[in-house]
Design a protein around this ligand. Sequence first.
Ligand SMILES: [Zn+2]
Length: 185
Amino acid sequence: MTVQDAPALVLNADFRPLSYFPLSLWSWQDAIKAVFLERVNIVSNYDQVVRSPSLSMHLPSVIALKEYIHLSRRPAFTRFNVFLRDRFDCQYCGAAFPVPELTFDHVTPRSRGGHTIWTNVVTACSACNLAKSNKTSREAGMYPRQQPYQPTTWQLQDNGRSFPPNYLHESWRDFLYWDSELDPD
Ligand SMILES: [Zn+2]
């Protein structure tokens, strides 16, 4: 790993990650800037050192905000968050798809008065979206596997934990809980 891609894991003041998915990471430049602005404490370091004429310092691998950020209880209504709520599974055929192959389906079609709200949109694969088209669930005989709901930030964080990123630095592991079960002593 080069200095260029040595991101810092960002924790809230309670030492929980700001976000699981996408994982809250800052570039080393942003991390160092925040250290000098005294907005964060360094929790763990990389072996790599950056040097300038006046100082040399280890790149931070984990930083924690000094001031606790209250996460809003209601997450933003975005396509990504709808997919995350539905765990990237098509709500009609139940199969999992990569994000670019997922679409946003109105359970009650817009042409039939359905609104673009948490409780009327679900994740669907292109094939199912096409099959359902402008029909209601009853007309199409296609019902979402899970009734769409307004999730809380915590529910989305929980879902995000099911999708660990490909790369995790050793020093991050103490602060990330990908499994709900802890090993007994
Ligand atoms: Zn499908």
